[in-house]
Design a protein around this ligand. Structure first.
Ligand SMILES: Nc1ncnc2c1ncn2[C@@H]1O[C@H](COP(=O)(O)OP(=O)(O)OP(=O)(O)O)[C@@H](O)[C@H]1O
Ligand SMILES: [Mg+2]
Length: 241
């Protein structure tokens, strides 16, 4: 039996909104195993992004814990943790300058060989390396962000709706890129998507969240098409928005 790379134990985050305490991530427990793709699905506001942010300490939990390689999250220096558990935002925020500048910003001592490999992994052309990224298309910018994410050799990547801010014409290529990277590298990807169709295209294992709770987990096709829980069935019928 494989050992989980990331364990989530009774994880919770409560926030105060309009004077009332609200549980946006509510008592979630789950094990993520190495070299797999997981998709987190659920209606808008169900806590998908909030859970993802807890996984690399962009936010702190108010209860429970996250364990990375058998050691509590909090026992890692945040910088080291964020290199090993990388985060890709919906909108590709790049630093000013060229693709090379962006890669070197992530990791100072990248060899030419490593840079070449990163370009290949993110399916960028060698001639793009020294071009400023401000004229790049949305899809190309997201590829640069993916190359930069991979530059620190993460073991887990957290992708929050990686295609939703892009022109739909880039969606398929970026989805394929994510699947390829996980298939070729030693990497676990956890992808948040609001689209069950996208989850079916890229994910193997799915986690369905509703109101901050994990209501269904399992093989993606089963979670989406043959849910067992009442909330899962409502989600399937598109009755939860
Ligand atoms: N810092 C915060 N303070 C107060 N409420 C918050 C905070 N962060 C998130 N929330 C609330 O928590 C709930 C879950 O938000 P979250 O962004 O995680 O949902 P989501 O599933 O990612 O939604 P979407 O699909 O729209 O991106 C929402 O009701 C949101 O308004
Ligand atoms: Mg979100």
């Amino acid at each position: 039996m494989a050992t989980p790379v990331l364990e989530v134990h009774n994880l919770g985050r409560a926030v105060t909104q309009d004077g009332r305490v609200k549980s946006i991530v509510d008592d979630i427990s789950y094990n993520f195993f190495p070299d797999k793709i997981y998709t987190i699905i659920g209606p808008s506001g169900s806590g998908k992004s909030s859970l993802l942010r807890l996984l690399n300490r962009l936010d702190e939990p108010t209860s429970g814990e996250v364990v990375f390689h058998g050691k509590d999250h909090c026992d890692y220096p945040p910088c080291e943790l964020r290199q090993k558990i990388g985060y890709l935002f919906q909108t590709p925020y790049l630093f000013e300058g060229t693709v090379r500048d962006n890669l070197l910003y992530a990791t100072k001592n990248l060899s030419d060989e490593s840079i070449k490999l990163l370009l290949e992994q993110a399916q960028l052309k060698p001639e793009q390396l020294d071009r400023p990224t401000d004229n790049f298309s949305g899809g190309e910018k997201q590829r640069v962000a993916i190359a930069r994410l991979l530059a620190t050799c993460p073991e887990v990547v957290l992708l929050d709706e990686p295609t939703s801010a892009l022109d739909p014409s880039y969606t398929e290529a970026i989805e394929k890129l994510i699947v390829d990277i996980v298939a070729k590298g030693k990497l676990t990807a956890i992808v948040v998507t609001h689209s069950p169709e996208q989850a079916l295209r890229i994910g193997k294992e799915a986690l369905l969240m509703v109101d901050g709770k994990l209501v269904e987990t399992g093989e993606i096709n089963q979670v989406i098409n043959e849910p067992q829980s009442e909330l899962g069935k409502l989600y399937k019928q598109r009755q939860l928005k």
